[in-house]
Write a protein that binds this ligand. Sequence first.
Ligand SMILES: NC(=O)c1ccc[n+]([C@@H]2O[C@H](COP(=O)([O-])OP(=O)(O)OC[C@H]3O[C@@H](n4cnc5c(N)ncnc54)[C@H](OP(=O)(O)O)[C@@H]3O)[C@@H](O)[C@H]2O)c1
Length: 270
Amino acid sequence: MTEALPPLLLLGGGKMGSAMLAGWRERGISRVVVVDPGAQAASLADGHVVVVASVDAIPADFAPGAIILAVKPQVASEAVAPLRHLAGGAAIVSIMAGKTIAWLASQFGAGAAVIRAMPNTPAAVRMGITVACAGPNVAPDQRDLAETLLAAVGAVAFVEDEALLDPVTAVSGGGPAYVFLLAELLEAAAVEQGIPPELARDLARRTVIGSGALLAASPEPAEALRRAVTSPNGTTERALAVLMERSAWPEAMSKAIAAATERSRELARG
Ligand SMILES: NC(=O)c1ccc[n+]([C@@H]2O[C@H](COP(=O)([O-])OP(=O)(O)OC[C@H]3O[C@@H](n4cnc5c(N)ncnc54)[C@H](OP(=O)(O)O)[C@@H]3O)[C@@H](O)[C@H]2O)c1
């Protein structure tokens, strides 16, 4: 039987924090203290999980094996500073967009064991993908713990080059939003063609869900699965001729990812 996770401190019990907590519960937790002032976070409490509104209310005897930072980057400075005394031998795992290992070390001390990571919202159904980068002071057991915590909600890849976290944030961090936008646009276009709204929504949702499941189940690359839909001189070919025009989806996606990558770099500059 797998050993329970060590005591954990979770800063921010919002969308990503609560999704990760759910994954850790399945993995087996000993004690988790969630710091979150919001009323909704209170519902995360149970026999193993204590929710407090501020760092001052963390039980005095609490010595976390890892501190997971899941607040918005915009509140990071005020939210993280009071945690410094708890860092000790803890692994500091941050999922905050644009907050660098150097910035985190400036908050927790130069010797802090910092892991910067970027998950995504499919973590809520344990189908996320996280890319992580370990700072210079991370011991092997701390890296393993970080990997275990992140793997509780999906796949994990570690990279050596922290700069990659900016484009990763743009591609997979924000990626679910682009897929959901596709569902929205498909639905709207279906309505434009006279399909009743309820059926249009169902068609769009199930097409995205089914295509994702097919991609998950098939060894074929996305391109091959796309070609399998595209009959020569058929209807899909006409649609793809519009979408694959250089100035249409290829350029739009390229610009969108570049813009989000740059925003991640801006957040890092503060
Ligand atoms: N959402 C994504 O797709 C995604 C993906 C990857 C990474 N991330 C990163 O994950 C982090 C959290 O994002 P999220 O989408 O989970 O945001 P969220 O849902 O807004 O969660 C943040 C939580 O932190 C709470 N909070 C605010 N100030 C706090 C403080 N001083 N101390 C403790 N908790 C505080 C918020 O409470 P209130 O709501 O009451 O303010 C909220 O419950 C961000 O840094 C983001 O860059 C997000």
